[in-house]
Design a binder for this molecule. Structure first.
Ligand code: AMP
Length: 207
């Protein structure tokens, strides 16, 4: 099964993607993670992506689509994958339909009033785990792997505002795009615990 995960920044896509990937043995492909790895590695793609990411803007479509198109040709993508953070606009969605067959779009919906606090309080680990600072009780390391947690450079109020604007104007229209294709399933990502939301997602995936 090939899935697109849709949702605003802070909706919990990454968190739920880790859980889905573990339970259903599905490859998790996050374009944000790919860009961050490139920035860390000092590659040309990383250098180009950094200015867009720091401004809360989208990295140009051609670069992003090429990365995903190539990644989907790897052997580990043959038995299904979940795209987290791609597509992020109509052009990317149309391009994706040219080189992939998407079965389901899982839309995690969260009221915008919750998102700013969620993102600005987020602390992440290299291993992919993420936490909210209010639940860490002063701990600074990852409960899963023990590494030091850090705050993403783009998780600051000014960039988050721009990321939310970008989401509302460019990404949110994809809800209608996938609805029109009969592939959209929406879960409420603002109510209940991470496990409650995951249980709702499992109900959809088990069907
Ligand atoms: P994320 O980790 O998904 O929140 O992505 C972090 C940042 O990477 C975004 O704010 C964008 O600047 C960039 N990015 C990630 N995915 C895409 C995409 N599909 N198209 C363009 N830019 C992206």
């Amino acid at each position: 099964m090939n899935i697109v995960l849709l949702g605003a920044p802070g909706a919990g896509k990454g968190t739920q993607a880790s859980k889905i990937s573990e339970k259903y043995n599905l490859l998790h492909i996050s374009t944000g993670d790919i860009f961050r790895a490139n920035i860390k590695g000092g590659t040309e793609i990383g250098k180009l992506a950094k200015s867009f990411i720091d401004a809360g803007k989208l990295v140009p479509d051609e670069v992003t689509c090429d990365i995903v198109k190539d990644r989907l040709t790897w052997d580990d993508a043959k038995s299904g994958y979940m795209l987290d953070g791609f597509p992020r606009n109509l052009y990317q969605a149309q391009e994706l339909d040219k080189f992939a067959k998407i079965d389901l779009c899982l839309n995690i919906e969260v009221d915008e009033s919750l998102l700013m606090d969620r993102i600005c309080g987020r602390r992440v680990c290299q291993c992919g785990e993420s936490y909210h600072v209010s639940r860490l009780n002063g701990k600074t390391t990852c409960a899963k792997c023990g590494k030091e947690l850090y705050r993403r450079a783009d998780d600051n109020p000014q960039t988050v505002k721009s990321r939310l604007d970008t989401y509302n104007t460019q990404t949110a229209p994809l809800v209608d795009y996938y609805k029109a294709q009969g592939k959209l399933k929406t879960v409420d990502g603002g109510k209940g615990s991470i496990d409650d939301i995951f249980a709702e997602i499992c109900k959809i995936l088990n069907k």
